[in-house]
Design a protein around this ligand. Structure first.
Ligand SMILES: [Fe+2]
Length: 397
């Protein structure tokens, strides 16, 4: 298991030479050698001490590196990375809210206990998924800057009120986790032999509508209450329903990433951009597999049957009766139709067509989820501008 304890450690790790792509490290070394050679040449001409400092030389080198045709990315690759950066900044914002309350270093004991009723390691997994999202956002933006492009900055949209419960920081947020409609069609989709890219439609096994995924405040859910299984009081049931919703929301978010990255990767031109998209995309898939498993524990014994006393949301027992499309331990993707119904079924990530799993589809799915409830028109305009640009990219080799 990986050990990650603080987000600052991860952010600095993402910018250390150890974790940079080797080609970037090589580029830096090559440029530095070029600078040294040129300085020797200028010294030989008797100019070095007069007007040129090493800093000025490096600045010149930096400009040469980013403005030459070799160092620049195509407009298409920039659009793909900018949308990925947007998605990761959004993801980092929502995961940070979960981590403040429910991670291993989180601050709401009752929420942590309720999450641990899904799996004792939930707080560690939340910490690690949060650090992964922060590292993805920091890396992609740093890569864009290294190529002379603008990073994606959503700080102007940190305007939403988050949780007021013990543990949550009193800061404005980009995303809203207080009133979610969690699309559960992924649960059925990955158990089915049909594929949305070949026209299939799915229904989730139950419905999560207008439900918080983090505690609202300490009156609604006291932070130091016990969380027995099954819950004994209305407030314990409320907190358990909130934690169960979070479990399903984690899987919803990450299955979105699992489809988005292959969809973006299919359009990449530069090999290094393709490498970034498939390498980060693989981690989204890893996250999805984990959360798929954990969320099933909310709808199997002994936890199944929790009812939220405020919203009436009920978590059924999906193993009673066990069926192909509901049984909770069927978490690995079922082989499905892929490319053509005349070919044999194949176990794949789905969807991966732009219209079903691309950038616009991602913005629409996150919006329908309620994740951006309260956001400004400018937020949605920017999101759709970046998404349309990414979806319009054609692979050019
Ligand atoms: Fe991510």
């Amino acid at each position: 298991m990986k050990e990650k304890n603080s987000q600052s450690a991860v952010v600095s790790e993402a910018s250390s030479s150890e974790t940079r792509p080797s080609s970037t490290v090589e580029d830096v070394q090559r440029h530095w050698q070029g600078v040294v050679k040129r300085r020797s040449f200028l010294k030989g001409l008797g100019m070095a001490g007069a007007t040129l400092s090493a800093g000025a030389l490096l600045a010149t080198e930096g400009r040469a590196q980013t403005s030459g045709s070799k160092g620049r990315l195509s407009a298409g690759d920039v659009a793909l990375l900018k949308f990925a950066a947007w998605a990761e900044v959004v993801e980092a914002d929502l995961w940070t809210q979960y981590a403040e309350l429910g991670a291993v270093d989180g601050g709401n004991p009752a929420y942590i206990l309720a999450l641990q009723n899904l799996d004792g390691d939930m707080p560690q997994y939340i910490r690690d998924n949060t650090d992964d999202a922060l590292s993805h956002a920091a890396f992609i933006n740093a890569y864009l800057i290294s190529k002379g492009e603008e990073p994606v900055d959503l700080d102007a949209f940190r305007t939403l009120q988050g949780s007021q419960a013990t543990g949550a920081k009193d800061i404005a947020r980009i995303t809203n986790l207080l009133d979610l409609n969690v699309d559960l069609t992924w649960y059925t989709r990955y158990r089915s032999g049909q594929n949305p890219d070949l026209g299939a439609h799915f229904k989730g096994p139950f419905t999560i509508k207008n439900q918080p995924a983090i505690p609202l405040n300490d009156t609604d859910t006291p932070p130091n209450q016990p969380q027995p299984v099954p819950p004994a009081t209305p407030q314990e049931a409320r907190m358990q329903a909130i934690a169960n919703t979070a479990g399903f929301h984690f899987a919803f978010i990450e299955q979105g990433g699992a489809s988005l990255y292959p969809t973006l990767a299919l359009k990449a031109s530069e090999e290094e951009v393709l490498r970034i998209l498939i390498s980060i995309g693989g981690v989204e898939i890893d996250h999805f597999g984990l959360w798929h498993d954990k969320s099933g524990n909310a709808v199997s014994q002994p936890l199944a049957g929790v009812v939220d006393p405020e919203t009436g949301l009920t978590f059924p027992d999906l193993n009673n009766p066990p069926t192909e499309l509901t049984q909770t331990n069927k978490i690995l993707p079922e082989p499905c139709s892929f490319l053509s119904k005349s070919l044999p079924a194949c176990s794949v990530i789905r969807p991966t067509l732009t219209q079903n799993g691309g950038a616009v589809a991602t913005v629409k799915a996150f919006t329908a989820d309620g994740l951006f409830k309260g956001q400004s028109d400018a937020f949605f305009k920017l999101a759709m501008k970046l998404a349309v640009a990414a979806d319009s990219v054609k692979r050019g080799l």
